[in-house]
Design a protein. Structure first.
Length: 167
């Protein structure tokens, strides 16, 4: 006991504190321990359910990412397909337009050739008429000096008739 006294421990006080501790432990066990344990179990369940929900959320997120990638790849493939189809359509349209332009150009060229030919024919006729008039005029002047006025008129009128028949 002397050792206990050397450390400054009072045995009566130690016994009273031990009894107080046991009473307090009994009361805590009797009234509060069940509630505390129940609270801790509920808290543990909430944490577990929260972790499970977080894991499910991650799985859903992964599925959503996978679905998104699939949708994007499908959209990319469809866009590529549509682009190819539009390319083919535009080439076909360009070919049709080129053919139409060539046909139109050929038609215009043919019309121009016809117009040129008609104009050439008209110019040729006009030239022939002018040449005939000039020739008649020259003959008339030449014959005036050799023939009489009446003979000159007869010859000129005969020439006009022949020229009109030729035309």
């Amino acid at each position: 006991m002397e050792i206990i006294n050397n450390f400054g421990i009072d045995p009566v006080l130690l016994l009273a504190q031990t009894v107080n501790f046991l009473i307090l432990a009994y009361l805590l066990n009797r009234f509060f321990l069940k509630k505390i344990l129940l609270f801790l179990r509920e808290r543990e369940q909430k944490i577990k359910s929260g972790l499970e929900a977080a894991q499910k959320g991650e799985e859903l997120l992964e599925k959503a990412k996978t679905t998104q990638k699939e949708i994007l790849s499908q959209a990319h493939a469809e866009a590529k397909k549509l682009l190819g189809e539009s390319q083919i359509r535009s080439e076909e349209l360009a070919g049709k337009m080129r053919e139409k332009a060539e046909l139109e150009g050929a038609r215009i060229l043919l019309e121009a050739q016809k117009a040129t030919l008609a104009e050439g024919t008209k110019l040729k006729k006009d030239l022939e008429q002018q040449t005939a008039r000039i020739a008649i005029s020259i003959i008339e002047r030449t014959l005036k000096s050799f023939l009489s006025e009446e003979e000159n008129k007869k010859i000129v009128s005969n020439l006009y008739k022949k020229i009109k028949v030729v035309q």
